[in-house]
Design a protein around this ligand. Structure first.
Ligand SMILES: [Zn+2]
Ligand SMILES: [Zn+2]
Length: 109
C-alpha cells in the first residue's frame, strides 16, 4: 500500500468548500474530484473502517450518496511520499489516504 503510484505524481491539491470537493491533479493530466463528505466516510483509518476493511477500497457508492454535512475547514497535509493526511472539521485526522488509494477510488474515472 505504501508505495507511490507508478510514475504518477499528484501535482495540485485543491479543497473547495463552496463546491464541497477535494480535487487532485496528476502529472498525466487526470483530475480526480472527490465530494468531501464521501471522502470523510472513506477515511481509511482502522477507527473508521475496522482493521479488516482498512486495506480494501470503499464501495464507490460512498461518493454518490447525498452529503450529510458540509465541511468548511478541511486541511490537507502531505504525508511524504505516502499520501495525504486530511484534517476534518470534526477533529479527526488519523487517516492517511495513500496516493495509490486516492487514485484507485477516484469517482471521476
Ligand atoms: Zn481520478
Ligand atoms: Zn478515520
Amino acid at each position: 500500500m505504501h508505495q507511490p503510484v507508478d510514475g504518477l505524481v499528484c501535482t495540485r491539491i485543491t479543497i473547495d468548500s463552496d463546491s464541497q470537493t477535494l480535487s487532485l491533479l496528476w502529472n498525466d493530466g487526470h483530475l480526480c474530484i472527490f465530494p468531501l463528505d464521501g471522502l470523510r466516510r472513506a477515511c481509511p483509518c482502522a477507527g473508521c473502517q475496522g482493521h479488516e476493511k482498512m486495506h480494501e477500497l470503499p464501495d464507490p457508492e460512498i461518493f454518490r450518496v447525498p452529503a450529510l454535512m458540509r465541511w468548511e475547514k478541511v486541511k490537507a497535509e502531505i504525508a511524504g511520499s505516502v499520501g495525504l493526511r486530511l484534517h476534518w472539521d470534526d477533529g479527526h485526522n488519523s487517516g492517511i489516504y495513500t496516493w495509490k488509494r486516492l487514485r484507485a477510488m477516484c469517482p471521476s474515472d
